[in-house]
Design a protein around this ligand. Structure first.
Ligand code: SF4
Length: 248
């Protein structure tokens, strides 16, 4: 007997939105692949919990299969840049003299250890209508509602140690240690804005700087630094782009 036709079995075609987004994401991923990878240790990353991961980043070690940035991640990063531009405009409208470029038109930044450690700051506040001390480093992040609430509840130092290390390091290397840094976080879901002043933490800056030296020395010596955990299912490892390589 012939098999009956199965008229109900059909592959669900992608929705119109899915099809368009697939085009966008393919373009974004291709564009990202063309961007040169940075060949220095980024100051914004030195607060990362895992030195080995920072080594992989610095050495441009290939990521695990399928672990590169997705189109969606790239869209999220791009949205963050737009929100940062908005925050700059809003603060300037409010009377803050917020500079994002130096007199030469370059982004405020530093380059140490022969250019092997670099950082670029979001801006410097040189005058403010609220009487806050200046000049102050300005750092801006956008976050989803859950992360933003953590920052607003506990402060950046406790909620986001990676950002706190970045702020301390940048204050130290840019000589902006007298006035507390001005940290802004935008809630991507609600558009609420959190601001706080972060006094310079010399010990944190020193430890981030020491970490950079440790990583560079290990890279030069061809040594792999220890993992930050003995548990491959640690939260940080589950989302690490080098997990398979690291635990192989
Ligand atoms: S998998 Fe875990 S231990 Fe290994 S590099 Fe990534 S974060 Fe570090």
């Amino acid at each position: 007997m012939d098999a009956p036709f199965d008229f109900n079995h059909r592959e669900k075609p992608p929705s119109f939105a899915d099809a368009v987004n697939a085009c966008i994401d393919t373009a974004l991923v291709a564009e990202q692949a063309e961007r040169p990878q940075r060949d220095y240790l980024g100051g914004s990353r030195l607060g990362d919990i895992c030195q080995r991961r920072l080594q992989y980043e610095y050495l441009k070690t290939p990521k695990d299969q399928g672990a590169g940035f997705s189109g969606k991640s790239l869209r999220i990063f791009a949205l963050g840049h737009v929100l940062e531009d908005l925050a700059i405009a809003w603060l300037r409208k409010a009377g803050f003299d917020l500079r994002t470029r130096n007199r030469l038109g370059d982004q405020f930044g530093f380059s140490v250890v022969g250019g092997r450690v670099q950082g670029h700051a979001d801006g410097v506040v040189v005058a403010a209508p609220n009487g806050m001390a200046v000049p102050a480093l300005w750092e801006c992040k956008s976050a989803n509602a859950k992360n933003w609430r953590e920052i607003a509840k506990h402060g950046v130092g406790k909620a986001k140690p990676v950002y706190a290390a970045q702020i301390a390091l940048y204050q130290g290397y840019l000589g902006l240690t007298e006035a507390p840094a001005f940290f802004t976080a935008i809630n991507k879901d609600t558009c609420e804005i959190w601001h706080e002043l972060v006094p310079f933490d010399a010990a944190l800056a020193q430890s981030a700087s020491d970490k950079a030296v440790t990583i560079l020395r290990a890279c030069d010596a061809g040594e792999l630094l220890p993992r930050h955990t003995a548990d491959p299912d640690h939260f940080e490892c589950r989302f690490c782009a080098w997990r398979e390589r690291c635990w192989a």
